[in-house]
Design a protein around this ligand. Structure first.
Ligand code: FAD
Length: 370
């Protein structure tokens, strides 16, 4: 009987596995478990919010990729893994036994401090839920005087979302809508250089986005800050830090103290050598990696190689991240800030550079490889 490889989640790294399978398939049966046929590309989401892109510009259709790779697509959520018995449990009640497992199912947003805001709260993840809700927010902001949107989260995603929301309000002529951004006491963009922080702060001010640096707690009316202030909010977008997916509690894989899958330099589970993981769902034991799409994308080819190598009994490779990663932060209109180590630049040309990279990424996965 053929060996079975199960791909859990259709994240950034798994896209490389699919294209590698389309080029050269080891003699195995492959199953991809994912809740949606489409994967929304987060790098283009702020651009979609302001109308630079259509929804289809930022959606990767997993079906042709799976077809080309001769992979069976199962539309369901993983809800558990019994790694000792080499078996995954799905939300539709089915089980799949596997010989090798590749997990790239992302992370969740930690909204625990904000949940008292109830209906007003909108987590940026799952992205498809956010994409459904965003047009309704724009429509409400257009109808209501003094609409107040608060973005919580001072990382790259929160900053980009605040810029995008403010510019979308202007484009839609929501004249009386306002945007506030709440970062923790550390301030915006931790991990980025002072230059990037100064550029971003200056632009936030120019665009009329109020920045608060405090811990935010959700209330029935909006937000209370640790500084004592209260903000009314019609909508709170949560782009707060990542947390491991809840379903990982239902596994016997070795996790770190936060609950992420522990992997080595070869992206292999520390407890179960036939299980690999990449992207936000895992944590490397040997080095500290930011949870970012950049690493999820660059891990992809290594993940693909190692899956095939482990099935065929060949040598595995390590994922060695570059010292610095390039981040291009969209700031609403066709303008962006580039962050690379201690260097930073900004301008319209940076947006066009970002657009070229993002469109190139999308093109790569809209072409069916044979
Ligand atoms: C607005 C925004 C902008 C961002 N911009 C950037 C940027 O410019 N650069 C950058 O490096 N990072 C950026 N990020 C961060 C980046 O999106 C994440 O780090 C990245 O998506 C992680 O990739 P991943 O492949 O691990 O997971 P994901 O991209 O989240 O993919 C996970 C996949 O698994 C599927 N899945 C989820 N749960 C299950 C389940 N239970 N069973 C099966 N499948 C499941 C999902 O449907 C999805 O297809 C941004 C994030 C946001 C929110």
């Amino acid at each position: 009987m053929k060996q079975r490889l199960v791909l859990a989640g259709g994240g950034h790294a798994q896209l490389s596995v699919l294209t590698a399978l389309a080029r050269k398939s080891p003699n195995v049966e492959v199953v991809l478990v994912t809740p949606n046929t489409h994967q929304i590309y987060s790098g283009m989401l702020p651009g979609w919010m302001v109308g630079h892109y259509k929804k289809e510009d930022c959606c990767i259709d997993l079906r042709p990729l799976a077809d080309a790779a001769r992979v069976r697509l199962v539309l369901a959520n993983m809800i558990g893994i019994n790694a000792d018995h080499k078996c995954v449990e799905l939300s539709d009640g089915s089980h799949f036994e596997y010989d090798a497992l590749s997990i790239n199912a992302g992370s969740e947003i930690n909204t625990s401090w904000l949940e008292a805001a109830g209906e007003r709260l909108l987590s940026v993840k799952p992205l498809d839920n956010f994409v459904q809700r965003w047009p309704k927010i724009l429509a409400a902001a257009l109808q209501q005087d003094d609409y107040q949107l608060v973005v919580v989260g001072g990382g790259a995603a929160g900053v980009e979302l605040a810029f995008a929301a403010q510019y979308a309000f202007i484009k839609q002529r929501c004249k009386h809508a306002s945007v506030a951004l709440i970062a923790s006491q550390q301030g915006i963009l931790p991990g980025h250089s002072t230059g990037v922080k100064v550029r971003s702060r200056r632009l936030l001010e120019q665009r009329g986005i109020t920045l608060f640096q405090a811990q935010a707690v959700g209330t029935a009316e909006g937000i209370t800050l640790s500084s004592g202030e209260s903000l009314r909010a019609d909508c709170i977008i949560a782009a707060t830090g990542a947390r491991p997916p809840a379903w990982l509690r239902n596994t016997d894989l070795k996790l770190d103290e936060q609950g992420y899958i522990l992997v080595d330099a070869q992206q292999r589970s520390l407890s179960h050598p036939n299980v690999f993981a990449a992207g936000d769902v895992c944590i490397r034991q040997d080095i500290r990696l930011a949870r970012s799409g950049v690493h999820a994308v660059f891990t992809g080819p290594v993940l693909a190689h190692n899956l095939f190598a482990s099935i065929c009994g060949q040598k595995l490779r390590s994922y060695r991240p570059r010292k610095r990663s390039l981040y291009l932060l969209a700031t609403g209109p066709r303008h962006a800030i580039a962050s690379w180590g201690i260097a930073s630049v900004q301008g319209r040309w940076v947006w066009h550079w970002k657009n070229w990279i993002d469109r190139g990424f999308m093109r790569k996965y809209s072409v069916v490889h044979h």
